[in-house]
Design a protein around this ligand. Structure first.
Ligand code: CO
Length: 520
């Protein structure tokens, strides 16, 4: 028998003290838990591969087959995760004295499994099937710019999510139970006031920018040129490699919505795409490469354990936003990159003008095409809508109208159609409610991390100017990536930066940068 070996804690403690074979009793449980974790990881990788293929290469008519494949695989995975023997072994180990990393693994598993076991198998299967079909409906709805095609699917998903929140049943706001899956420990109660304050400060900053002389006469020089799509993709792939994403452990493909996915410890893939804005491909590739680098730099010793993970998606996003914003939108980077960019695309303007155009501020309607200043407002809009949907304060039918009203209120613009409004993001079709806030958290964390990095490596901007990214990559690896999921997000940020989540650091960073660019 593998489980329940440490039935008598007192006798085990005695044995532990007296005996040199101190880990004998929980050893079998530990081996069993490690074996199951490995199986879960491998099944998850296979499931992820199906998802990657669906978004990258799968022929359109394969969607029915794929939905069934995904459903059965997710069912097997869920059974494995919720297996009684596995849980009992974890519970038993949680009462044992274990070496640090094992103890933390067991602590994580106890929490994660406890949550997962609250969801019945039928519920998981229903959710998986619903979301798989909803993804296709969302794609069609977006193509035809018609929310009604997606409406019945989204209604089903919202109901399932409310049900899920009830099953999980964390304290406070119903939404906490969903948010926690992406940002462990974070709550509406903590986040809402911080976002509320950030919203006001961002709107104030945007007003200052819009009132500046420079804003009134600003020109986006990129509009005067054509940028070959193929060249953009090639240059994006080059920059991904430069950041540290080597070809023998990764791929860069094309999908509607860029993403990163880990299919194994030495197989992390990213996708990119091209938009009218020539920076989209470059910056979104740097973004995804930042995610991928995090995955790749997690230590080998954590392989197949719960530690081979991030504390939260906010921390994960801090790594992508770091490369996108702190590097890709920063002056030192354009000192390095302008020359190549100019020669590849035949630009005549000076480096300074290119840098200004990179940081051209305008109230756009699409989140993933957003400038740095408007970005968090896009997130806060979604956060407010999600909270109200889950609380039952608003209905799915009203969404396009509510979305457009909020856009008007925060950005002063109204989407022309649902495709550039409520239908723009893939998340809701996948049932990912509680995911959006992590984008803003990551953006804020990234600025805090950069401030700290500058203190510890004073000449880091000179390194960027030379196109040397190794020191940053190593520093991030040591401080963040190598920690895996040993700490909660708040604790990790405290450990690295000396304080927890602080939107003020982000506002200060934005104000300094954009007051210099716009001269106010
Ligand atoms: Co991201």
């Amino acid at each position: 028998m593998v489980v329940g070996k440490v039935a008598n804690e007192k006798s085990f403690a005695k044995l532990f003290k007296q005996n040199s074979i101190k880990f004998l009793m929980p050893k079998k449980d530990l081996e069993f838990v490690k074996k199951v974790q490995k199986e879960i990881t491998l099944l998850s990788n296979a499931s992820a591969l199906l998802g990657w293929d669906q978004q990258v290469y799968m022929p359109k008519k394969a969607s029915q087959d794929r939905a069934e494949q995904a459903t059965i695989l997710d069912g097997i995975l869920h059974k494995k995760i919720t297996d009684d023997k596995f849980y009992k072994a974890v519970l038993s180990l949680s009462k044992s004295k274990l070496p640090n990393d094992d103890a933390r693994t067991i602590e994580i598993l106890k929490r994660d499994l406890g949550k997962a076991r609250k969801l019945p198998n039928e519920f998981i299967e229903e959710l998986s099937k619903t979301t798989s079909q909803a993804f296709d409906a969302w794609q069609e709805a977006r193509e035809r710019k018609d929310f009604k095609i997606f409406l019945p699917h989204l209604k089903k998903i919202v109901e399932l999510k409310k049900k899920q929140a009830k099953y999980i049943g964390l304290a406070g706001h119903t939404y906490n139970s969903l948010l926690d899956s992406f940002e462990e420990g974070m709550t509406v109660e903590e986040l809402k006031p911080k976002f509320e304050k950030l919203k006001i400060e961002l709107i104030e900053l945007i007003k200052k920018i819009e009132n500046s002389e420079k804003y009134k006469t600003q020109k986006n020089i990129f509009e005067n040129y054509t940028f070959s799509n193929d060249k953009q993709i090639i240059m994006s792939k080059e920059i991904a490699e430069k950041i540290g994403l080597k070809k023998d452990i990764s791929r860069v493909d094309i999908s509607t919505h860029p993403f990163t996915i880990r299919l194994g410890t030495k197989d992390v893939r990213i996708t990119t795409n091209v938009r009218t804005d020539p920076l989209f491909s470059l910056l979104s590739t740097m973004h995804e490469a930042g995610h991928a680098l995090y995955e790749i730099q997690m230590p080998e010793k954590f392989k197949y354990t719960a530690l081979m993970d991030t504390p939260s998606l906010g921390i994960h996003e801090s790594q992508s936003r770091f490369w996108e914003n702190m590097v890709g939108r920063n002056k030192p980077f354009w000192k390095y990159y302008s020359k190549q960019f100019k020669s590849e695309f035949g630009l005549k303007e000076k480096e300074e003008e290119i840098f200004s155009s990179v940081n051209h501020i305008f109230p756009g309607k699409i989140r993933i095409e957003s400038d740095e200043v408007h970005y968090c407002l896009h997130v806060i809009l979604r956060f407010e809508i999600e909270i109200d949907l889950i609380a039952g304060k608003i209905s799915v039918e009203e969404l396009p109208k509510i979305w457009n009203n909020k856009m008007k209120e925060l950005f002063g613009v109204t989407p022309k159609n649902d495709a550039e409004g409520v239908l723009q993001d893939v998340h809701w079709s996948g049932g990912s409610f509680g995911y959006f806030p992590t984008y803003a958290l990551g953006t804020i964390y990234a600025s805090q991390i950069y401030e700290q990095m500058k203190k510890e490596i004073p000449k880091i901007e000179e390194e960027i100017e030379k196109g040397n990214f190794e020191k940053m990559q190593k520093w991030l690896g040591e401080k963040i990536h190598s920690q895996g999921r040993k700490y909660l997000a708040e604790d990790l940020i405290k450990k690295v930066c000396g304080e927890g989540l602080n939107p003020e650091v982000y506002i200060k960073y934005l104000t300094k940068k954009f007051s210099e660019i716009y001269g106010f």
